[in-house]
Design a binder for this molecule. Sequence first.
Ligand SMILES: [Mg+2]
Length: 166
Amino acid sequence: MRPDTDGLKSTPPAGMGEATNGSAQHSFGCANVPRILMAEDNAINQRVGKLILQRAGFRIDVVHDGQEALDAHRQNPYDLILMDCHMPVMDGFEACREIRRTSERQPVIIAVTANALVGERERCLDAGMDDYLPKPFQAEQLIGVVQKWVGSPRLEPAQSRDGSVS
Ligand SMILES: [Mg+2]
């Protein structure tokens, strides 16, 4: 299955373009705009999450389960994946383990799951997730955890005024 993409496809080959601001841990494929994938089986959560992140200036694709996340990342690697833990076909834990085991280009993976579940955070970290966002969350919390890992899409990297390349 193909991810639900939107906007113009202008992605250069992975690895082109390095983020030059010191705070970014990852290089982005396209002009300092990180590519984000949301794996989420609930249609309302998909729509809300996508809207929040798009309004914050991020590019985001949506898939419906862990297998689709795995396939989408293999096809065109993402900088960050928001991974719902509980999905049909392949859950977020297994998808994360598979990406950690098989992907050449490793994304930041943020677990998104209900905070009521005891031991869920540890389970996520054990599966290889980098961070954890409990549901339900506020828009600022979602944006905050994404920015924590990949920075803000509206912040341009430092550039020399005279156009010189150092
Ligand atoms: Mg779910």
